[in-house]
Structures are given as C-alpha cells and as structure tokens.
Ligand binder design. Sequence first.
Ligand SMILES: O=P(O)(O)OC[C@H]1O[C@H](OP(=O)(O)OP(=O)(O)O)[C@H](O)[C@@H]1O
Ligand code: HPA
Ligand SMILES: [Mg+2]
Length: 168
Amino acid sequence: MTPPTPKAFPVSWDQFHRDARALAWRLAESGPFEAIVCITRGGLVPAAIVARELEIRMIESVCIASYHDYKSQGGLQVLKEIAPAVKALGDGRGKGVLVIDDLVDTGKTAKVVREMLPNAHFATVYAKPAGRPLVDTFITEVSQDTWIYFPWDLGYAFQPPIRDGAAG
Ligand SMILES: O=P(O)(O)OC[C@H]1O[C@H](OP(=O)(O)OP(=O)(O)O)[C@H](O)[C@@H]1O
Ligand code: HPA
Ligand SMILES: [Mg+2]
C-alpha cells in the first residue's frame, strides 16, 4: 500500500475489545479449538481476548514482519516458526487450531501461515477485500484504501476543526 491512504479508520481500546469479543462469540460456534497460534505482533492482543473468552490456554506464536516502515510492505520475514508440538496437534495440518491476527490486508501474511497450517481456522478482527478470501472468520470489513489505526499505535492529540481542512 502506498501512503497516504485516503481513508483512516481509528480504533479505540474499547472498540477493539468489543470487536475482539464479537470475534470470540462467532468463533465459539466453530470450535472447539485445542490451541491458538497468534501472528505477532498484531495478533497478540486479539489472541489474549479470544483465549480468555474461549478458555484456551495453549497459545503459540508465529513471528512475521512485513510492514517495516509505516504503511509500506517490505519483504515478508518469518522470524519464528510454529513449534513442532503445536504443529503436530489434530491431523498435523492445523485441524482444531485457531490462527489469530489483528487484520488481513493484502493477504500475504495469511497466505504464508496457511501454508504452515492448511487446515487451521483463520480469524482476524478486521479484513480488507484483497485478503478476505484467506480468512474463515472476521468481524468488520473496511475498504482496501482504508488504513486501520490500532489503539496501541495511537495517542491523544489535538484535532483541528473539520472546517480548517482536517483529513478524514
Ligand atoms: O495482509 P497483509 O498485507 O500481509 O497485512 C497484514 C499484516 O500486516 C500487519 O503486520 P506487520 O507485518 O505490520 O507486523 P506487526 O503485526 O508486528 O505490526 C498486520 O498485523 C498483519 O499481520
Ligand atoms: O490497515 C492497516 N493498519 C495497520 N497495520 C496494517 N498492516 C497492514 N495493513 C494495515
Ligand atoms: Mg502483523
């Protein structure tokens, strides 16, 4: 994605908690799940909320970095693979495993993790159209030209009045 994206979708902690809880409600119908694999770092927060709601205590991470600079996607790097013990659960291809990330955008990250666990259930809180086919469950779709601002990346700041030409 080339900055700046025309549309901004800022998410507060409160809204994120509600959306992640809504995801847990939806996932409760698709389980049971033996383990969660969260895609760091963005997947850590929704994974904690979903794990609490579904009482899942086996939590693994797959560490992937792709957006090195603000809003620009570089080469995708797998920094840490899924532990063999978690990969071996179910049918050994992800059956009964829940993969969680904060969002799917182009779908590149999801594609790499799907190759690791093809039968896992893939869930994100937010989805953009290009990545949507790669997720089994999500809560809110935003357009491809929208940038989602997560609460852990935000701080309180003065907002110029809309009439002064503040960007939307
Ligand atoms: O669908 P894609 O186009 O692949 O983009 C989605 C991924 O990008 C972001 O992670 P990022 O690599 O920025 O790292 P982070 O989670 O550590 O912030 C986000 O958390 C997703 O994992
Ligand atoms: O819209 C986004 N917001 C935050 N991080 C992201 N990583 C890919 N797309 C996004
Ligand atoms: Mg991420």
